[in-house]
Design a protein around this ligand. Sequence first.
Ligand SMILES: Cc1cc2nc3c(=O)[nH]c(=O)nc-3n(C[C@H](O)[C@H](O)[C@H](O)COP(=O)(O)OP(=O)(O)OC[C@H]3O[C@@H](n4cnc5c(N)ncnc54)[C@H](O)[C@@H]3O)c2cc1C
Length: 411
Amino acid sequence: MSSFRIGVIGAGIIGAAVARELTRAFPTAQIVVLDKSFGPAEHQTGHNSGVVHAGLYYEPGSLKARLCRRGVELIKSFAHEKNVAYEECGKILVATSAAEEERLLEIFRKAKANGVPGVELLRGNEITRVEPNARGTLALHSPETAIIDYPGITKALLDDVQAAGGKLIFGAEVQSISSPGVEVEVTTQEATYTFDYLVACAGLQSDRIARLAGGEEYPKIVPFFGQYMQLAPKYEGITNGLVYPVPDPAYPFLGVHLTKRVDGAMLVGPNAFLSFGRENYSGFSVGIKDTLDVALTPGFWSFASHNLGAAFREIKGLASPQRFVDGAAELVPSVRGAAARTLPRGVRAQAMDKDGSLVDDFVIEHVGRTTLLRNAPSPGATSSLAIAEYIVKEIQRSTTFTTPPVHKDLS
Ligand SMILES: Cc1cc2nc3c(=O)[nH]c(=O)nc-3n(C[C@H](O)[C@H](O)[C@H](O)COP(=O)(O)OP(=O)(O)OC[C@H]3O[C@@H](n4cnc5c(N)ncnc54)[C@H](O)[C@@H]3O)c2cc1C
């Protein structure tokens, strides 16, 4: 049977979810996933905290707030269906001062507005009912926040794509995108593929792919790394779930927290500092082009000058791993002095506008027959299946595939 072809760039969790959703919405279409890596989930998806966020922090009505709540529903049932590790261990956000209490109450208001189930406030000693080792003056408890195996979910999504007849091509770095007619031509170092529609979910490279496809110059990706330390095995079980600080409103990251992984490991992190390289996971493989790109982004210096305090705090943690771990001891005193080892970093694809403001919400751009996911920071993994549902509905609404099918051998 003749059919149309849809290409997806990126085999992280969002590209994988989009490809699977496309196989369901367009059962006769030929779906092709292209990724420059040699396997799935090699970038942000494989280097994150593994938390299924419940939707506490996000501006009510924003895409983030809506797609996070829908995403939790979808990913929870998909994890159960595919037997991928998912544990509803719960989370507390702990305030330790009057100023933090005020900000915590604002987060509580947003959580309620976002319909997050079961959230409650715990005062003083009530905190130990949920987390016996945590200390603070006020805490917000979210019992349904969960941990998950995101690479496992990505693999299961791609297995579904293949089972539906889709094709995965790894080691395929997209180098150019053009639209000579109604079709979209995508060229890698090895081949040119012709599609009737293209969706790009390229994470840390999303702005560059967007430019190749004729998208806007801004927002640009500014990479922020997050360092994690794994505590010695004797600290496993020191918390029942996740223990977070109240985030600094001036710095749009969640703050160093204690995170349980699905394999039981106890992590402290991630901090957030400018990464000298978009894929610099060791800290030593500095990317000259990536660094120059940041330096030449006009608003970056304004952002940097407004965040000197936060940068100084992060540098102190980077300079001393023990200080980094001891930061978490402000919330869970028994981890003070804990032995810990450094894990590979995660690097966040954070979009920045021309004026230096960090883009908070998910950004999805459409250029002709191409949809470009431009900004999908945390809770992007939580929201992945909902982002896919949203993008595919938009494609269904806006596109009728009336062009003659193209048949080029992809093997
Ligand atoms: C430190 C950190 C902690 C986080 N914690 C959480 C959390 O606990 N919960 C949560 O919900 N979210 C979290 N996130 C966010 C989450 O990881 C991302 O939102 C999500 O992984 C984005 O998925 P993606 O598929 O868009 O991107 P990625 O996983 O980065 O995948 C993009 C893919 O595109 C491919 N690609 C790029 N350029 C090209 C090209 N030119 N040609 C072909 N392929 C290309 C890459 O190889 C890659 O495989 C965290 C992120 C970080 C970095």
